[in-house]
Design a protein around this ligand. Structure first.
Ligand SMILES: [Zn+2]
Ligand SMILES: [Zn+2]
Length: 234
């Protein structure tokens, strides 16, 4: 029975939509045509001097701050239906494809990262859902970029309401004190947080503050997609 269950699990893990989630042509997750229409976010440039030499959320040349939270693509078609596919299938195969898309964009970013960590879910929420979708994406991203991924440095210690439906400040209040970091591992490290969709950055801000309190040298975030309205400089 256990063997059957694990066989079933691996079948589900490898489940892929049989048609492109954006145009319904036969393809797994996204067809080549739709992949070519992905709206990539250009690597950040300094607003003041236009330099592309961004280092750890500052312009190297003139020290103007740049948002430490970035994303590979915009949360528009065909990425939007692909993220929804990850939500409803919760399968490793879909996460893997999305992690690959993110990894493709990574070489243009000049962020230093010693360790990757996905934004964690509360253990109970993860049990309910079966998966943490950020983790599914992060696993493949870590593999392709050769940045070690750790599951044991950041934990969600408090239940929070889903951020959907909450506005700016209430989103921030909702996640305040929600995380805990493991100090000996975090101290002195450049940490890269991975998440699926960057909306207001409230969860990432709270995660980053927790990691800084635990002694992180720098904390940046790279997400699969960002909503077009995400404020890049705050
Ligand atoms: Zn398509
Ligand atoms: Zn500059």
């Amino acid at each position: 029975m256990a063997r059957f269950a694990s066989h079933l699990r691996s079948l589900i893990d490898n489940f892929m939509p049989a048609t492109c989630v954006a145009c319904q042509r036969p393809a797994s997750l996204l067809c080549q045509n739709c992949i070519e229409t992905i709206e990539w976010v250009e690597a950040p440039r300094c607003e003041r001097c236009d330099s592309a030499e961004i280092h750890l959320s500052h312009c190297q040349r003139c020290q103007t701050p740049i948002s430490p939270f970035q994303a590979a693509t915009y949360f528009t078609d065909p990425i939007r239906p692909a993220v929804h596919a990850l939500k409803y299938t919760q399968t490793a195969a879909v996460g893997k494809s999305l992690g690959e898309i993110m990894a493709r964009a990574w070489p243009t970013w000049r962020t230093r990262a010693d360790i990757i960590t996905p934004v964690p879910l509360h253990p109970e929420r993860q049990r309910e859902r079966g998966y943490n979708q950020s983790e599914l994406i992060a696993e493949q991203f870590a593999q392709q970029t050769d940045i070690p991924m750790r599951h044991d440095i950041l934990f969600r210690v408090r239940h929070t309401r889903p951020q959907v439906g909450l506005q700016g400040k209430s989103r921030r209040d909702n996640v305040r004190g929600a995380f805990q970091a493991v100090e000996p591992v975090v101290r002195g490290k450049h940490i890269l947080l991975i998440d699926d969709v960057l909306t207001t950055g409230a969860t990432l801000t709270e995660s980053a503050e927790t990691l800084y309190r635990a002694g992180a040298q720098s904390v940046t975030a790279f997400c699969l997609a960002r909503t077009p309205t995400f404020p890049l400089i705050s």
